[in-house]
Design a binder for this molecule. Structure first.
Ligand SMILES: *[C@@H]1O[C@H](CO)[C@@H](O)[C@H](O)[C@H]1NC(C)=O
Length: 637
């Protein structure tokens, strides 16, 4: 199946399905190609140095560093490196883009250019050798396009060093291969369409001339851990004409994983999930129809035959199941404040993820627009504070909550401050490691400012509207005195039911999770938003269906405390996600050092927490809809 060839550009479904392929064919408006004349300087920027998985396929570190971290002692451009303007999202996702001393002139092959001599003392050598073993990989951007390594195409970045005959060698020479494309319309304008770097380790002796680095017999360079090592950095540039059009230059990073395998596994799980959900739903609807018909018939009998004691006895006998708790199902749950705050934030997250994925599907978040994903997420989450405030207030009002001031204040503060303080604590760790992954203090301030100046007022406005709107009335009256709840059977006890319900949404996204994890931790470029869209849909479906089923069983067992149960049961899928992260840790990572482990666990916990709020809310809202639906369809005298 070659989607790009067959996909009709107009058909929505086809384009949705083909999105991973199509999206690379039409790029974001606003990212225009840059053309260079021969001899024009093509900028080479340096970015964060990140760990990647080395030969044993394990990731050994999650701490990344600024290119100009003093211990690397990399050559700097004249006047010192300057930061290149970046978006907020790009900074949050770890980019630190700076100028470099490398000079690339369009279509000018050059060999063995010397940048600067450096002396590594033994302390620096010790540290660098450890980092080489950790698999640190250098990231360059040439004309905004990330450089890959010659034998490892498909992933951006190339290694800081390697191992030769059991010795750790340091790469001090770079062969830079730049592919350029000349559009047929213009003869003398060229575009950069591919960048590959082959890093090499060369222990030069004597002066480096323009052909020294071409010699085959140069031994590799080992940084001595007992004394000083003199290192000369060199690079060669080769320009190679390429038929690749500028518009498709990202394809080799985006099509690393064979889409056919991906589709296969996804469709496989989709079929199972849809089948399950449909079966369960049809059984449930059948049962409900029978229940409702029976209840209404009994009602009829009771009305027709008021004096008929036998019918009444029949009624008492038969009137079992979820109808019995009609006077209690809409009773205010315990801790309505906390629940409504969570649900408001869940609604906010839900709308945000939906919009983000929609934007991505439309091709707005192409990787050539660095950091656009992070920026759009921050922006949407901020603006959607309004939705969060509104939802939280409406729910709280419907639950007859009285501490409305507290609700208004906690909605935009509770969950974000948990997220932010975790983020801040993890950042402290990164600061201590002098890692560039640490978000700079000024960025932190900017985020706090955006939060308090835009998001919190919007949330207040939403809350105000929510409290002004009429409360959502329950379809049945709530009794004065609560009913007694009979003891539950094993499966309906809180823990087993949570574990059972939570695994279903997790199953729906399990496959996609693998790819997302590898893009987060292995810095692979994630650009399969078509898949993500489908998975998100499947997850919502399973989450809703499983929770509704649980609530139905609960009500049939005359347990009317469904609100928290629905929220927690659906939210349990986040527990599975955390568990999955732990399994991933054991099977794919081999982190050396305490900080790496803390960071990994911390970020996993953070993501799981947000996921808990999101899925919990999906579970609650669908159950709420369900409960309202069934109790409004029976007559109650
Ligand atoms: C530059 O070097 C590459 C690789 O050796 C070669 O294919 C290309 O023709 C050279 N380009 C120029 C302009 O000399």
């Amino acid at each position: 199946m070659h989607f790009r060839k067959h996909a009709p550009s107009g058909a929505l479904i086809a384009s949705l399905l083909a999105a991973p392929q199509l999206a690379s064919a039409f790029y974001l408006p606003g990212v225009a190609p840059t053309s260079y004349k021969p001899n024009d300087l093509v900028p080479l920027y340096v970015n964060t140095i990140r760990p990647v998985a080395v030969h044993d396929a394990f990731l050994h570190s999650v701490v990344s560093y600024d290119y100009y971290q003093p211990l690397f002692q990399f050559c700097q451009p004249e006047g010192g490196p300057k930061s290149v303007g970046e978006s907020l999202g790009s900074i949050l996702f770890g980019d630190r883009i700076k100028t470099s001393p490398f000079e690339l002139k369009m279509k000018q092959n050059e060999t063995c250019k010397v940048t600067c001599p450096v002396t590594y003392h033994k302390g620096a050598a010790l540290w660098l050798n450890q980092q080489i073993k950790n698999g640190l990989s250098i990231n360059w951007l040439v004309d905004g396009f990330p450089a890959g390594q010659v034998y490892n195409t498909g992933n951006p970045g190339f290694l800081l060093g390697g191992e030769v005959n059991g010795e750790v060698v340091f790469n001090n020479h770079y062969d830079i291969f730049i592919e350029y494309h000349t559009p047929s319309a213009s003869k003398d304008e060229h575009r950069v369409v591919g960048v590959l770097v082959q890093p090499e380790s060369k222990k030069y002796s004597g002066e480096v001339k323009s052909d020294t680095c071409l010699q085959q017999s140069i031994p590799p360079l080992v940084l001595s851990e007992t004394g000083d090592t003199e290192v000369t950095f060199t690079y060669s540039v080769y320009w190679i004409s390429s038929p690749t059009a500028w518009a498709t230059r990202w394809d080799k990073y985006l099509h690393v994983i064979d889409p056919k395998i991906h589709w296969f596994s996804l469709i496989n799980s989709a079929v199972i999930v849809v089948f399950l959900v449909l079966t369960v739903m049809s059984v449930l609807i059948r049962a409900l129809k029978k229940d409702i018909a029976r209840y209404n018939r009994l009602d009829q009998i009771n009305l027709d035959d008021l004096s008929g004691t036998s019918a009444l006895e029949d009624g008492v006998q038969e009137d079992s199941g979820w109808k019995l708790v009609h006077g209690d199902v809409f009773r205010t749950p315990s801790h309505p404040l906390l629940l409504s705050v969570f649900l408001g934030n869940g609604a906010q997250l839900f709308v945000m993820t939906g919009f983000t994925i929609a934007f991505a599907l439309l091709g707005f978040l192409s990787p050539s627009n660095r950091g656009s994903l992070g920026t759009i997420m921050v922006f949407l989450y901020t603006v959607l504070g309004f939705v969060g405030g509104y939802a939280s207030a409406r729910i709280y009002k419907s639950m007859q909550g009285e501490k409305w001031k507290l609700n208004i204040i906690l909605t935009p503060l509770l969950v974000p401050s948990i997220v932010f303080s975790t983020f801040f604590l993890l950042d402290l760790f990164l600061w201590a490691k002098e890692s560039s992954g640490a978000v700079p203090f000024t960025t932190m301030l900017v985020i706090i400012l955006i939060w308090f100046v835009i998001s919190v007022p919007l949330s207040f406005a939403g809350s105000w509207l929510g409290f002004r709107a009429p409360a959502i009335e329950a379809p049945v009256r709530t009794n004065q005195i609560p009913r007694q709840i009979p003891p539950a059977t094993t499966y309906l006890r809180p823990i087993p039911s949570m574990l059972l319900v939570g695994i279903l949404p997790f199953g729906a996204i399990f496959v996609e999770l693998y790819f997302i994890m590898s893009s987060i931790w292995f810095s692979r470029i994630y650009y399969m938003f078509g898949f993500l869209f489908l998975c998100y849909g499947l997850m919502i479906m399973t989450c809703a269906a499983a929770t509704i089923l649980l609530v139905y069983f609960l009500l049939c067992a005359e347990n009317y405390n469904w609100q928290w149960r629905a929220f927690l049961a659906a939210g349990t899928s986040a527990g599975y996600i955390f568990l999955n992260a732990l399994v991933y840790w054991v099977s794919k990572l081999s982190l050396s050092g305490f900080a790496g482990s803390v960071l990994y666990i911390g970020y996993s916990l953070l993501i799981s927490f947000l996921f808990f709020i999101l899925t919990g809310s999906i579970g609650f809202f669908s159950s709420w809809w369900f409960v309202r639906k069934i109790y409004s369809s029976i007559k109650i005298d």
